[in-house]
Design a protein around this ligand. Structure first.
Ligand code: 5GP
Length: 121
């Protein structure tokens, strides 16, 4: 799948659409999910144009990959998610239910997040 420059997170990265920013550095932008599924629901996206975690992990540079995951750790820590625990989700493709085709990690916390996956068929 080729990268769609007009996906909503690409527009947020370009500043064409506002976001409730949590953190930004050379590698990532992090902001609150517009439709939170938990008391804390933060998204972390790489600044590079990657469709999915598979695309990012295969094609991202060592620097981008290290920068991304270091930032995820920092954001989790700064938002008091680490001690109580939290859920990290990277939906990928059709079966994964990915809606926005720019790689992103969901950080969910602030309460027990519940079963890992829905039992629904
Ligand atoms: P996915 O299903 O692709 O893993 O998750 C996409 C997430 O992006 C959803 O949780 C959705 O609520 C969130 N989202 C979609 N559009 C926007 C937006 O314009 N701003 C923000 N902050 N979040 C968005």
């Amino acid at each position: 799948m080729s990268y769609d420059e007009n996906n909503i997170f690409a527009k947020i990265l370009r500043g064409e659409i506002p976001c409730d920013k949590v953190y930004e550095d050379d590698y990532v932008l992090s902001f609150r999910d517009i439709s939170p599924q938990a008391p804390v629901h933060i998204l972390v996206i790489p600044k590079g144009a990657y469709v999915s975690i598979a695309d990012f992990s295969a094609k991202g540079s060592e620097e981008e990959i290290a920068g991304f995951w270091r930032a995820v750790s920092k954001i989790a820590s700064e938002n008091d998610l680490v001690d109580a625990g939290f859920r990290t989700i990277a939906n990928t493709g059709l079966n994964g239910g990915q809606e926005v085709p720019h790689f992103h990690i969901h950080l969910l916390g602030g309460r027990a997040i519940g079963p890992m996956v829905s039992k629904a068929a």
